[in-house]
Design a protein around this ligand. Structure first.
Ligand code: KG4
Ligand code: ZN
Length: 380
């Protein structure tokens, strides 16, 4: 486009600034939906053919050690911890991104915050903080669905290179966290259709419950995975066998509560189970992985999927990452497989800021007065 035409097209200084803003913008992300108090700054910009979120800072204050002694997250305790931590965490995120507090209003384009799903009292801490900053700094906010945040963990980069040049829609997202297990069809940015989900426990919840039964503590996923790693494949000593729930059901739904009950019955029958913990963990983990991979690949074939993404806390599971990558490569080799870096799989604010950037590109900014908490927020 020639300059004269360009200047006629955007004939005020403001609209030129707005256009430049869309090319490159700083977003503050805030995440407090469960037991991590997190803040981050990302620089959203177009990198070639794809928009990406470049990490400028990433601060996560985990409450795991506090909740460990209760065997799970205690909502009231979590909310109080968020209140204590939120401002120091945001302050650190600004410092690490080299943004002086007095310059924040000028340099940051918008604040993205998780508005649900999650624990209501925990969410409120992040939301009210976002509102206060938005009001004081005079910048807009973007409310982010926490699950959408997990999806956009796939568009984060901490390198200055372009890692996903061949990304294409339609894409299929397997979201596996402590609260959700979903297969999501994405035909474009910001447009989601849930084609399958758990009918009872989420995959992460199943790991947490299995760990409890096996006396392995909280959070269960990493504990079960660590025990499973001790089990050497080929060394099938005790023949522990668990079901693969709903694997051949004619849909993309999941069910993990029966798997936990099956484990419970096996343990009750077995006087020596304490000597076989690695084998029980290996079989439990493999059962979850088998079902997740089978359904994902089937759905990818049916919907002619070009890109498969894995997200959520359970995506930190090394075996799930390895086996899913292998399955995509061998069964549907023409599909691209994306997976966030380990540190962006569990709850963090970089993914919220990244989702905020993509929402900002669609002009989904709102005034702080309109920001609302919804602990049961649905993905649409
Ligand atoms: O996404 P996330 O941090 O929080 C929610 O939004 O729920 O996910 C936390 C869940 C927990 O259930 C935890 O046990 C599970 O992710 N998880 C894992 C692993 N690391 C975390 N599950 C299996 N293997 C892991 N390595
Ligand atoms: Zn999460």
């Amino acid at each position: 486009m020639g300059w004269i035409f360009f200047l006629n097209y955007v004939n005020t200084k403001d609209s030129i600034n707005n256009l430049l803003d869309l090319v490159k913008m700083l977003i503050l992300g805030i995440e407090t939906s469960c037991d991590e108090t997190a803040a981050a700054i990302v620089e959203g910009k177009n990198a070639g053919t794809q928009n990406l979120a470049f990490v400028r800072s990433n601060i996560v204050s985990s409450q795991i050690n506090i909740h460990k002694k209760y065997g799970g997250v205690v909502p009231e305790v979590a909310a109080r911890e968020h209140v204590l931590n939120i401002l120091p965490v945001i302050n650190e995120a600004l410092e690490k991104a080299k943004i002086k507090r007095q310059d924040a209003a000028k340099r940051i384009r918008a604040i993205a915050v998780s508005t649900g799903p999650g624990l209501i009292t925990s969410l409120i801490v992040g939301i009210e903080t976002a509102k206060a900053l938005s009001c004081a700094w005079g910048i807009p906010v973007v409310g982010i669905n926490h699950i959408e945040g997990h999806i956009y963990a796939n568009f984060i980069t901490d390198q200055h290179k372009f890692p996903i040049s061949n990304f294409k829609f339609p894409s299929l997202v397997l979201t596996v966290s402590g609260g959700h297990t979903m297969l999501i069809l994405m035909k474009k940015h910001g447009k989601y259709k849930i084609i399958g989900e758990t009918r009872d426990d989420a995959a992460g919840e199943a790991f947490d419950k299995a760990a409890k039964l096996l006396g392995l503590g909280y959070p269960g996923g990493p504990a079960v995975a660590a025990e499973a790693e001790k089990f050497e494949i080929g060394n099938w000593k005790f023949g522990v066998k668990l079901p693969r729930p709903m694997i051949h059901s004619n849909n993309y739904d999941f069910s993990f509560s029966g798997l936990k009950t099956a484990l419970l019955y096996e343990l009750k029958k077995d006087k020596n189970w304490k000597k076989k913990i690695p084998e029980y963990c290996h079989e439990f983990q493999q059962s979850v992985i088998d079902v997740l991979i089978y359904k994902t690949i089937e759905a990818a074939k049916k919907y002619n999927i070009k890109t498969i993404m894995l997200t959520g806390g359970v995506a930190a599971n090394k075996e799930l990452r390895r086996q899913m990558k292998e399955a995509v490569k061998t069964i549907i080799p023409n599909s691209l497989f994306l997976i966030p870096k380990l540190k962006y799989t569990t709850d963090n604010a970089v993914m919220i800021a990244a989702a905020g950037y993509f929402n900002a590109l669609e002009n989904k900014f709102i005034n702080w007065q309109k920001l609302k908490v919804d602990p049961n927020l649905q993905l649409k």
